[in-house]
Design a protein around this ligand. Structure first.
Ligand code: ZN
Length: 300
């Protein structure tokens, strides 16, 4: 429900990274995604948008070589602080009363196609991290909300549960009349605070327990434990499981990756699901979190 093919910084990459080999990276991605398909996965949801190096022609070319896989792609803007420079003096960035140009751009991605392709975005994506609701974050979130209202596609919001930014999302989206059932609060699983997560689930949001393998933020026991606890409390219908992994991410120094040995596409099925079953979660609840809840999210 939350995996990337690539997370890249195209501008910085062009300035500093002299060793990018397009053919080798594409071949590596095809091989890694094929392993995922061979393990039984049919669909991944890839929330890579502006700010994360979205390149849909490249993803479509890779996907053609992995015919058993559906890659569901997104539109939106990923920022924790300011809008991208491109938008800084357009629309309300230039004059407060001007309409927000992001809304039409997002709707075009959803209804027509992305970057000149016929590949359409199936959901929206924005972010709020520990900096909270900055002007730029709020501008993007409201643009996503308005595109959600116009198209009906769901919205994924990167959140920081330690700072309880899901509550900011709740406030802004309520003001834009977006139903919480159409909203996934990504990275909820970075917190072991079951009471706070229950509060967000009670508000109607879907919770992304979606960073299994990033054990430096919350370790394996913490991540598994909070999912098992919320299942015990009756919230299996409110969670999805994922890893936020990628074939290649240029945000992380390659020398640090050995410290994240579980951060792979296969961690949930190999390690997390057995651990959940050991802790009393049922196979039905696992299926609900991996299949039923994602399906409901996109059908809503
Ligand atoms: Zn992600």
């Amino acid at each position: 429900m939350h995996e990337h093919v690539f997370v890249l910084s195209p501008d910085s990459q062009r300035q500093w990274q002299n060793d990018w080999d397009e053919d080798a990276r594409v071949a590596d991605a095809v091989a890694r995604l094929q392993v995922l398909v061979d393990s039984g996965v049919q669909t991944i949801v890839d929330p890579t948008v502006d700010g994360l190096g979205r390149d849909i022609p490249r993803i479509a070319g890779i996907n053609e070589q992995v015919p058993g896989l559906h890659v569901i792609v997104a539109t939106g803007v990923y920022t924790y602080a300011d809008v991208p420079g491109y938008f800084s003096s357009r629309g309300p960035g230039a004059l407060p009363d001007l309409p927000e140009p992001m809304v039409d751009l997002f709707v075009r991605d959803i209804e027509v196609g992305i970057q000149g392709t016929e590949v359409r975005a199936a959901f929206l994506k924005c972010a709020i991290d520990h900096h909270g609701l900055t002007r730029g974050v709020e501008r993007v979130m409201r643009a996503c909300a308005q595109a959600q209202r116009r198209t009906g596609v769901p919205l994924m919001v990167h959140t920081h549960p330690g700072k309880q930014t899901g509550l900011d999302v709740q406030k802004v989206l309520a003001g834009e009349a977006v139903p919480p059932s159409a909203v996934l609060l990504a990275h909820s699983g970075d917190s072991a605070d079951a009471d706070h997560l229950q509060q967000l689930a009670d508000a109607g949001f879907l919770l992304g327990m979606d960073r299994f393998g990033i054990d430096t933020i919350l370790d394996f026991e913490g991540r598994v434990g909070v999912v098992a606890e919320l299942c015990r409390r009756g919230y299996a219908a409110s969670m999805v499981l994922s890893q936020d992994a990628a074939c290649h991410i240029d945000w992380v120094d390659p020398e640090l990756l050995p410290f994240l040995p579980n951060w792979t596409y296969l961690h949930v099925q190999r390690d997390v699901v057995p651990a959940l079953l050991e802790r009393g979660v049922t196979q039905d609840q696992v299926d609900q979190m991996l299949v039923g809840n994602p399906r409901r999210f996109f059908e809503s």
